[in-house]
Design a protein around this ligand. Structure first.
Ligand code: NAD
Length: 371
């Protein structure tokens, strides 16, 4: 019964939209994709067909083809949808989310929720004022490995936490950046911290708690882009613990690691693999039933995106059904963006940045481009 299903529209029919389509197809009993929008007609048509193909394999009964739009305003004007899934370039997420909220439509935005705090705040406010939900795609929080680690931290198994370390040692060739003009620009994307490593920035702040200070160095060492392809950041948590994040998109010859390690007085855990998919170290002073789950929580994803989009959509549907709290709402999504902005300001000005930092606003492209 289509009328009882939660109706989704999707804007931005590029690479990541396939993950949203696969998730919506998997939940075809509870949700339906009624419309898709892209500036490029062929892309929208391909994704509409992809949805029919995927959803048809996931259950019985015919699937209506999503209607196609080339303009988001037209889609929002003509469609009666409950949720807008936003898969456009990052700098457009707040604008597109605010348009949806203004029509009383829930917002599910890809990460990062924007590339500057003022527009992210406007999006949060628009969703609050219109009483709609704001979901930010932080799908790695739902990795089985990560959930186990988070639970062990919530149980206090580490004792005092001393250090969190994260490495994002990936490869993005120039051809990846050349696929779309927005990639690697300050206006629409940011660099390795804001785009590829944002999930790891989120892990550091979600697992380690509030951050007090951040210091960073960044460089554009191998790619023809405005923003950084490489950098290191060091943070001090309000708890006193120290964190660090090393990021490069220049790893030879391919992605080698996407990891996080937590070191406490009574426990050490490292989750690694290509994208937080394998528990490589799991050792605690005292045993717990969770220790038996460490090996079986590991999995092999096909790529660095993992399988989290489907798990994330499950949470979205549960929240809208009144059965769960959001995995990552607007204020949660803002935290990783705030830390990225602090990292960028530190790299730009050569100073340690204290959080919250009222002077962090837009990523100032003119300053970067003169460096
Ligand atoms: N969650 C994750 O792990 C993950 C992974 C990859 C990308 N992403 C995020 O998803 C977003 C999209 O990334 P991508 O790799 O799919 O990019 P992409 O360039 O492949 O796709 C973006 C699409 O948006 C369309 N578009 C641009 N402006 C538009 C507008 N005004 N109206 C309608 N359509 C418009 C483009 O034509 C393009 O088809 C980015 O914010 C990125 O950071 C998230």
């Amino acid at each position: 019964m289509t009328s009882q299903k939660i109706k989704f529209g999707l804007v931005g029919c590029g690479r990541i939209s396939s993950r949203h389509i696969a998730a919506l197809a998997a939940f075809r009993e509870n949700a339906v994709l009624t419309c898709v929008c892209d500036l490029i007609a062929d892309r929208a048509a391909i994704k509409a067909a992809e949805y029919i193909r995927e959803a048809s394999c996931r259950g019985k009964g015919s699937i209506m083809k999503p209607r196609i739009y080339l303009n988001l305003d037209d889609m929002l004007e003509n469609e009666d949808i409950d949720v807008l899934s936003i898969c456009t370039p990052s700098g457009l997420h707040p604008i597109h989310g605010i348009k949806a909220a203004g029509k009383h439509i829930h917002v599910l935005t890809e990460k990062p929720m924007g590339i500057d705090l003022p527009s992210a705040d406007k999006l949060i406010k628009a969703c609050e004022e219109n009483e709609v939900r704001l979901f930010v795609m932080m799908q790695n929080r739902l990795n089985s490995t990560v959930r186990l680690l988070k639970r062990s931290m919530d149980k206090g198994r580490f004792g005092r936490i001393h250090m969190l370390l994260s490495n994002v040692l990936w490869q993005r060739p120039q051809s990846y950046y050349d696929q779309a003009p927005w990639r690697g620009t300050w206006e629409m994307d940011g660099g390795a911290f804001c785009n590829q490593a944002i999930h790891y920035v989120d892990m550091l702040q979600w697992l380690g708690g509030p951050v007090e200070t951040a210091a960073a160095l960044t460089g554009t060492l191998g790619r023809q882009i405005e923003a950084e392809d490489t950098g290191s950041a060091v943070i001090r948590y309000k708890s006193g613990a120290i964190g660090s994040l090393n990021v490069t998109m220049l790893t030879f010859p391919r992605n080698v690691e996407g990891s996080i390690s937590v070191l406490g007085e009574k426990g050490t855990v490292k989750i690694g693999g290509m994208a937080l998919n394998r528990i490589e170290k799991w050792e605690f002073e005292t045993s717990d039933d969770d220790d038996l789950l460490a090996a079986e929580s590991c999995y092999e994803p096909a790529d660095v995106y993992g399988y989290g989009h489907t798990a994330y959509y499950s949470n979205v549907l549960d929240v809208l059904g009144g059965k769960a709290e959001p995995c990552a709402d607007g204020p949660e999504g803002r935290k990783s963006l705030e830390l990225v902005c602090a990292i960028y300001r530190s790299a730009r000005e050569g100073e340690v940045v204290f959080l919250p930092d009222d002077s962090i606003n837009h990523i100032d492209s003119s300053i970067y481009m003169t460096r």
